[in-house]
Design a protein around this ligand. Structure first.
Ligand SMILES: [Zn+2]
Length: 124
């Protein structure tokens, strides 16, 4: 390996981009499945003899699905945000101090928008 540092970083970023893109596709798929599940649940007719506690269970299920969906949606938005920053060449730069975020940090947390020192100092 005789590549200079910037080239290495570029190829690292390209790899991270592929990861984020496949993660986004996975989230998109899961969100689609989840909407399907929610639609089926809503369209299901309640049995006439339905017990109140069963109904409560369904409410919890609905809330659980809702929480999962919100979580997936949030991750999906983080993916879109990261891809947008990759597109604009802003990716991997700290939002607070504009320095490059260490590639190790980006590998561990592709959606990181701040470098470790800024994160720890809670700088905005
Ligand atoms: Zn910083």
């Amino acid at each position: 390996m005789t590549e200079i540092a910037t080239t290495t970083r570029q190829s690292d970023l390209a790899e991270i981009r592929r990861q984020v893109e496949s993660e986004k596709a996975r989230l998109d798929h899961e969100l689609g499945q989840l909407s399907g599940m929610a639609a089926n649940g809503a369209g299901r007719e309640a049995p006439f003899h339905e017990h109140p506690t069963e109904h409560a269970g369904e409410m919890e299920e609905h809330e659980r699905l809702q929480a999962i969906r919100e979580n997936l949606q949030q991750m999906y938005e983080q993916c879109e945000d990261a891809l947008g920053r990759l597109e604009r060449g802003e990716y991997g730069l700290c939002r607070s101090c504009s320095k490059e975020i260490a590639i190790e940090r980006l590998r561990a947390l592709p959606y990181a928008t701040r470098c470790v020192p800024c994160k720890e100092a809670k700088r905005d």
